[in-house]
Design a protein around this ligand. Structure first.
Ligand code: NAI
Ligand code: MG
Length: 361
């Protein structure tokens, strides 16, 4: 019998609580079916935490996460906090968690599930066979560089510093090569080396690390071209490694290859086994509280937790298979329902996935 695994659960804002509930439901079913034990502890983060205790990431939440085996996060943010000063912004919780837990790599698998071609706004023949992973650097770059804003006689001036250290690039790039080695042995490194010095450093580190992986076929691509190729010939990509902001933007674009941003899970990892698991999308305030959010991304993030932090590969696959089956049967939330198809609610989708979990031996 394995040790009880402690999971910190941070539902967050907007649709966060609704989708996290479904992922927890599925994890509870995993306990039943596979005999594992999880201890869930809920905590505040984001806008809700600002309103209740005056800070987006209370120390108690960070401590809980540090003392847990894994973190499951919904999403943070919403229009009511948009005008807040930098230290009182919900995203501060996310950035603080990533940095505070040393989670420098963000894995974002982009998989087109069977029968989902028609849910995308792209042509089915363009997205057929899409199965790629974006490996995004998560604790460096422009999101973490110093920010300034000053009023001058000619108006306001704002700066965001884009800074990368060689060691930050090296560790994420090495991980991407390892992932590529375990897949189709093809890696695309995305940068903007024609204009950015940090990208020229990025490219030189990639070239150096590549010598350790002669079996992996490497291509460099400028980010603007990548954004285009992603919708022109997406099935040709396998592993994409890139810096923080480019990875953020490209993965939202990649979401449409799978039908909806509600389908995209992610894992944020560091040196240890602790991982943070969250959907790629945000708090979707436009649909919050209506019971219509697609919980797939969060449920699939829970599957990634089982795989990457706990090593429960069979249980991870059973969740992925359950999602696949539920989608194939046509039980879909409004964002991916086909015309003429009756959409299911967030809760009903979660129920179906939980029911579908089986212990295959
Ligand atoms: P968003 O990802 O929340 O929503 C974009 C669009 O996708 C919306 O139309 C939304 O309804 C839809 N959508 C997102 N998730 C969905 C789901 N599971 N099922 C069905 N439809 C879904 O991005 P947006 O609107 O730019 O940002 C909203 C708030 O979320 C902002 O406050 C932003 O700062 C925050 N945000 C938080 C993130 C996080 O916590 N990791 C990441 C991105 C944004
Ligand atoms: Mg994003």
């Amino acid at each position: 019998m394995s040790r009880v695994k402690k999971i910190a659960v941070l539902p967050g804002d907007g649709i966060g609580p609704e989708i996290v509930d479904e992922a927890v439901k599925v994890l509870r079913q995993v306990e039943e079916v596979f005999g594992y034990s999880f201890e869930f502890e809920f905590a505040m983060a984001g806008g809700g935490a600002i309103d209740r205790v005056g800070t987006p990431l209370p120390q108690s939440t960070l401590d809980l996460c540090k003392n847990s085996d894994a973190v499951l996060l919904g999403a943070v943010g919403g229009p009511q906090w948009d005008e807040n000063p930098p230290d009182l912004r919900p995203e501060k919780a996310l950035l603080g968690l990533r940095k505070g837990l040393g989670l420098y790599s963000n894995l974002r698998p982009v998989t087109l599930f069977e029968g989902m071609e028609k849910s995308s706004t792209l042509r089915p023949e363009v997205i057929a066979g899409v199965d790629l992973v974006v490996v995004r650097e998560l604790t460096g770059g422009i999101y973490f560089g110093e920010k300034t804003r000053v009023k001058t006689e000619e108006g306001e001036v704002a700066t965001d510093l884009l800074i990368y250290h060689e060691h930050e690039i090296e560790r994420i790039v090495r991980l991407a090569f390892q992932i590529a080695r375990g897949r189709s042995k093809r890696l695309t490194s995305v940068d903007k080396a024609n204009v950015l010095e940090s990208s020229r450093l990025w490219r030189s580190v990639v070239q150096r690390v590549a010598k350790e992986f002669p079996d992996v076929e490497l291509e460099h691509m400028l980010v603007d071209n990548c954004a285009m190729q992603m919708v022109r010939r997406p099935a040709e990509f396998d592993v994409i490694v890139t810096e923080n902001m480019f990875g953020d933007i490209l993965s939202d674009e990649a979401a449409i290859l799978t039908g909806s941003i509600g389908m995209l899970p992610s894992a944020s990892l560091g040196e240890g086994s602790l991982g943070l698991y969250e959907p790629v999308h945000g708090s979707a305030p436009d649909i919050a509280g209506q019971g219509v959010a697609n919980p797939s991304a969060t449920i699939l993030s829970a599957a990634m937790m089982l795989r990457h932090t706990f090593g429960y590969e069979e249980a991870a696959q059973s969740i992925e298979n359950a999602v696949r089956t539920v989608l194939r049967r046509g039980h879909r939330t409004p964002d991916i329902a086909l015309s003429g198809q009756m959409a299911v609610s967030t809760e009903e989708f979660g129920d179906r996935v939980a029911e579908e979990l089986v212990h295959f031996e």
